[in-house]
Design a protein around this ligand. Structure first.
Ligand code: ADP
Length: 195
């Protein structure tokens, strides 16, 4: 059985995590942030070290270990009873992050909608990431060169995921709005498609 899935999509700093956390508190929705799964690894774990090596340079972790870790995590969440695939809608944030990952997950997730949190203003994204560096203790947000590399990785590797799913599934959401208005725009679609 494939997981019923909504994707939160957008550049680093576009607000995927903020929205995912809120939406994940609604009954029958389960939020899974791939970045958080990586950050919960420890440094004595080999993949934890690989994650640090890549994320500190603004690059993506290779696809195979990423997808394997994600699968293990979602299975663990199911075993613990936090995620119930029969009942819950999965809100994915930060995965799939390139078309190859989308292909690898094709038989596992049934993507119903893609919420594209678009932010044409690069300086706004950079500002948000720099603020987050201190608030959330994120090393990869602390350095301007790394931020630039991440934004470039997003443009080059991640954005083509939108074409993978096609225009019928993609909803454009203006992420320069305040979080409450972004939430409202997402909820309008979620409420309509759930009924
Ligand atoms: P952001 O969206 O702000 O860049 P994330 O927390 O989603 O932050 O990701 C942080 C880092 O974790 C990424 O820059 C990347 O190195 C790694 N990462 C997260 N998700 C993936 C993924 N699906 N594939 C490869 N690397 C990932």
């Amino acid at each position: 059985m494939k997981y019923r899935t909504l994707l939160l999509f957008g550049a680093p700093g576009s607000g995927k995590g903020t929205q995912g956390k809120i939406l994940g508190t609604i009954p029958n929705f389960f939020h899974c942030s791939c970045g958080d799964v990586f950050r919960n690894l420890t440094i004595d774990n080999e993949l934890g070290r690989i994650f640090l090596e890549y994320s500190s340079k603004g690059q993506l972790v290779p696809d195979e270990p990423t997808i394997e870790l994600w699968r293990k995590n979602i299975q663990a969440q199911t075993t613990f009873g936090r995620f119930n695939p029969e009942r819950d809608t999965l809100l994915l944030d930060g995965i799939p992050r390139n078309p190859q990952q989308a292909e690898m997950l094709k038989d596992t997730i049934d993507v119903k909608s893609v919420f594209y949190l678009s932010c044409p203003d690069m300086t706004k994204l950079v500002e948000r990431l720099q603020r987050r560096a201190l608030r959330e203790n994120r090393l990869d947000d602390a350095n301007l060169d790394v931020i630039r590399d991440r934004l470039q990785t997003y443009e080059r590797d991640t954005k083509p995921v939108l074409e993978f799913y096609g225009p019928k599934l993609v909803y454009n959401i203006d992420s320069t709005q305040s979080p409450v208005n972004v939430l409202q725009d997402i909820l309008k679609v979620v409420a309509k498609t759930a009924s």
